[in-house]
Design a protein around this ligand. Structure first.
Ligand SMILES: Cc1cc2nc3c(=O)[nH]c(=O)nc-3n(C[C@H](O)[C@H](O)[C@H](O)COP(=O)(O)OP(=O)(O)OC[C@H]3O[C@@H](n4cnc5c(N)ncnc54)[C@H](O)[C@@H]3O)c2cc1C
Length: 387
């Protein structure tokens, strides 16, 4: 079976400079101006047309191997592709099918699962959300309680997930569920693929601080899932999940967000007429230096990736640095903007400062909170004794 669209050329054979030029021209020439740097997670109805274009072009899955319908990019080229997307301000869609489930199925899926799911992910007909977190299982994910009980050729799922990004825009969910309540925490967990149209699923959006409904609660009431949707062995879902923590960790520490924060800050300084204020200039320069240093360190990790070396646990420091610098910059921009920064209506320039402030809150929480990253650094990098 063949997947996806044939590539027009061997991208890895091009020089990095040439590859970057082609990608930049495609993005800059075609990505709609109005969708650049949108300060919230867009829905399929908003940016779906762009991603359908990418799918038709064969560029939807830069990280997948050629034989599975991806672009087959080596790590260095993949990094360029992602950097150019960030540079152009391209907003994500619900792309976990591309970034997470595709690679999982390529590694762990049966031929039937690959045939059933991969072509539809490549065509953007399936859009996947991540059902991990529960009300009492976030950082301590292994204490999750959503149950899946075997009944003939099906699992019957009962329980609740929370903070599921754009679950109401998703066609499918990959979920961690407890299949052996007697086993030790991680041991009794399985990885299940769930069609969101299955009877018994209820999705309730949660309104966030900024007034957007990006998260959802998802309730399961006797939801029947075919046994063939189990990925990997029964009760071995933890290993499947861990395999997702690969190169992706570097992208969470990308300097893109703080760099964008600096742009917003500079605009806020200009709007407040404070360009000549020495104290403000001093602080802005300090942030600019921090972001330059961050980019330098990011490049060192990127170099490891290009050389196909293990990224290492010290990559946690990138996430801390990027997300906390971004928060500090966004908080300062709000301070500089003064009253107009908070007393604002959507569409006004000052609204950008407030929405950037809100947007800077989430990254210290998702993908392993910053406290958990500090634990990793303490335990695995500094090898400090932990109580
Ligand atoms: C923008 C955003 C998008 C998200 N999208 C999704 C999604 O699509 N799917 C999904 O499943 N989840 C999603 N999440 C949820 C996210 O994974 C959890 O919020 C995160 O894992 C933290 O879990 P929690 O909220 O239960 O907080 P808790 O784990 O209860 O933590 C509360 C506080 O205690 C601290 N803490 C906890 N344990 C320790 C420890 N051992 N040592 C030190 N400090 C500790 C934490 O750092 C935090 O400050 C998203 C979250 C955000 C913010």
């Amino acid at each position: 079976m063949t997947f996806g669209v044939e590539q027009e050329r061997d991208w890895n054979a091009l020089s990095d400079v040439e590859f970057r030029r082609i990608v930049r021209a495609e993005f800059e020439g075609n990505y709609p101006e109005a969708l650049k740097n949108v300060p919230y997670r867009m829905r399929w109805s908003e940016n779906g047309a762009w991603y359908l274009r990418m799918a038709r072009k064969g560029w939807i899955a830069p990280n997948w191997p050629l034989e599975y319908g991806g672009m087959g990019l080596e790590p260095g080229k993949l990094l360029i592709f992602i950097e150019e997307g960030e540079r152009c301000g391209i907003g994500r869609f619900l792309d976990l099918g591309i970034h997470m489930i595709g690679p999982v199925l390529i590694q762990w899926g049966t031929p039937e699962q690959q045939k059933l799911f991969l072509p539809e992910i490549l065509a953007c007909e399936q859009r996947w959300c991540q059902g991990y977190s529960e009300p009492s299982a976030g950082s301590d994910l292994a204490s999750l309680r959503t149950r899946a009980t075997r009944d003939g050729d099906e699992f019957v799922v009962n329980g609740q997930k929370i903070w599921t990004t754009l679950a109401d825009d998703a066609t499918h969910m990959f979920a961690l569920v407890r299949t052996d309540p007697g086993a030790q925490k991680q041991r009794g967990i399985s990885f299940l693929l769930i069609d969101m149209t299955t009877p018994g699923i209820e999705v309730r959006p949660i309104r966030d601080l900024a007034g957007h409904e990006e998260f959802c609660e998802v309730f399961f009431d006797n939801v029947r899932v075919p046994v063939m949707n189990l990925v990997g062995e029964l009760n071995a879902g933890w290993s499947v999940t861990k395999s997702l923590l690969g190169f992706e960790r570097i992208f969470i520490g990308s300097p893109k967000l703080p760099e964008y924060g600096l742009v917003v800050l500079e605009r806020a300084v200009a709007a407040a007429g404070l360009e000549a204020d020495a104290a403000v200039s001093d602080q802005v320069s300090q942030f600019a230096m921090d972001v330059l240093h961050l980019r330098d360190v990011y490049e060192k990790f990127a170099e490891r990736m290009r050389r196909r070396e293990p990224i290492g646990d010290d990559v946690s420091l990138l996430k801390l640095w990027a997300t906390e610098t971004y928060q500090a910059i966004a908080s300062y921009a709000l301070e500089v903007a003064g009253e107009p920064g908070v007393l604002t209506t959507p569409g006004e320039p000052s609204a950008e400062v407030l929405s950037d402030f809100y947007r800077s809150r989430g990254p210290t929480i998702f993908a392993g909170t910053n406290e958990i990253q500090r634990n990793i650094l303490a335990r695995k990098v500094l090898q400090l004794p932990m109580s």
